[in-house]
Design a protein around this ligand. Structure first.
Ligand code: G6P
Length: 469
């Protein structure tokens, strides 16, 4: 496949996830960006996971294979305000339509803007004139406006990995006017779904921006034009399928499989985040055991839930909620030789995970809101096409717009989820094979290469039409 550009690609995100470094629970951003960079090569700029009590440090560059990881340490107070504060107590909940979780503090908003200015300054020290800059996620919305103010003229794109809320939700956020103006400083804005793009359009249609919508996803905003389009993130299908097939031969995966003693495995893997609705998921599983007594002693649910954002109180609270709920359900249904739920409050290696996926009869992905959810796509790619497991997927995850052959459920409705799991467990082989083939086809057509090349192409197209005549 030919590449969209030979120019250096500089990716910027809050978290940088070097493959050889064990870090916090990887979300979709880290998985997708790493896959894109491994293919194309380039620079990944961001926070190095370390905090200082002084100034932010200068970029330290480590080269591994074809990627330069350029990372900085941030001031501890700044980071608390920018990351735990405005990013995760304000922007994360509003983007997931969970306004009750918003905890706004003006000092956090200040910190958010300060850290974005620091990112801009430090990034500039490693930029070359023909670099293409691709910024990722809600932590860094103001980055382009900071870079432009400092005279940077390179193409700058922004991709949002989380849903974008409609104006009626977004306007609850103190600072939303500033954020919308800052978004308009980018050349290209990318969203996962048509719904997110439409929601963004509801915002810029308001008088704050007063945008004009031209042809071909071009929007005229004060100060210029930008492209806003849908770029659903994909995966490297062959890589996951091979990884999963190879992992089934490893001792760890065989040990897990033997421990099931012939029972069907239902697997869930999510960062311990309230948007993933893990308590509702456990209650739906409890409903399955109630409504379908035959499943008792015949299925095992494994929920892998690595802790995340432990500096934010709501995240600590859901951890204890889940411990209570899984304990109660296990107490209610367990037999001397069977425990219904295996709850792992930690992450496991990617290879092992893909091996587990391949053995799981059902992949359970039931967030109450999710930008895309790459776990859903990876679960499908990890299956054996000759005897595939079935994905039970929330209608409120971005992935449901593409994986229409999954068993689609409403995560707020426990009966619906329980029935969906029962349907998946009982699905005849021929139907599973057909649905799996349909989904693999979708995943192959819109893979990780297409995500990156389409985005970079949009940036280059924007460059062309905004050149002075
Ligand atoms: C989601 C977000 C990412 C984030 C990831 C993990 O996927 O879109 O930006 O990196 O969650 O969250 P964390 O706060 O640990 O980086």
């Amino acid at each position: 496949m030919t590449d969209a550009s030979d120019q250096r690609l500089v990716i910027v995100s809050n978290r940088v996830a070097r493959p050889k470094k064990k870090g916090a629970a990887a979300g979709g951003l880290a998985v997708g960006v790493l896959a894109a960079l491994q293919e194309h090569g380039g620079v990944w700029f961001g926070w190095n996971g370390k905090l200082t009590d002084g100034e932010a440090t200068d970029p330290e560059v480590i080269t591994e294979e074809n990627i330069d990881y350029a990372t900085i340490a941030l001031n501890e107070v700044d980071y608390e305000q920018y990351y735990n504060g405005y990013s995760n107590r304000v922007l994360w909940p509003v983007c997931h339509y969970m306004l009750d979780f918003i905890q706004y503090d003006a000092a956090d908003f200040e910190g958010y803007r300060r850290v974005n200015a620091v990112f801009a300054r430090k990034l500039m020290s490693i930029l070359r004139p023909d670099d293409i800059i691709w910024v990722h996620d809600y932590h860094l919305i103001p980055l382009a406006s900071e870079l432009r103010a400092a005279g940077v003229t390179n193409p700058i794109g922004f991709f949002l990995h989380v849903p974008f809320p409609s104006y009626e939700a977004f306007r609850a956020v103190p600072g939303h006017e500033y954020l919308l103006r800052a978004m308009c400083a980018y050349d290209v804005l990318g969203f996962h779904t048509a719904g997110d793009l439409a929601a963004f359009e509801t915002c810029v249609r308001e008088p704050i921006i007063g945008a004009d919508f031209l042809d071909d996803h071009v929007i005229r905003v004060p100060g210029g034009q930008l492209i806003a389009d849908v770029f659903p993130i994909g995966i490297d299908v062959a890589q996951i399928t091979d990884l999963a097939a190879a992992a089934t031969g490893t001792e760890e995966v065989k040990k897990m499989f033997r421990s099931l003693e012939g029972r069907d495995l239902i697997i869930g893997v999510d960062r311990l985040d309230y948007s993933k609705a893990l308590k509702q998921r456990l209650l739906s599983y409890e409903r399955l055991l109630e409504r379908y007594p035959d499943t008792r002693s015949h299925v095992t649910m494994m929920q892998i839930a690595p802790p995340t954002r432990t500096g934010v109180r709501t995240y600590d609270e859901i951890r204890s909620q889940l411990e209570r709920t899984s304990g109660r359900i296990n107490g209610r249904f367990a037999e001397s030789d069977w425990v219904p739920i295996r709850y792992l409050n930690k992450g496991i290696s990617r290879d092992q995970l893909m091996g587990f996926f391949r053995h799981a009869k059902v992949g359970l992905v039931t967030p109450v809101r999710d930008g895309m959810n790459l776990v859903a796509k990876e679960y499908v790619a990890a299956q054996d096409p000759a005897d595939p497991g079935m994905l039970v997927l929330s209608s409120l995850a971005g992935a449901a717009r593409e994986l229409k052959s999954a068993v689609i459920v409403n995560p707020y409705d426990r009966d619906d989820v329980a029935d969906g799991i029962a349907t998946a467990l009982a699905m005849p082989l021929e139907e599973r094979k057909q649905r799996h083939a349909d989904m693999i086809d979708v995943l192959r057509r819109n893979d990780i290469t297409r995500w990156r090349t389409r985005f970079v192409e949009a940036l280059l197209r924007k460059r062309e039409f905004s050149k002075p005549a």
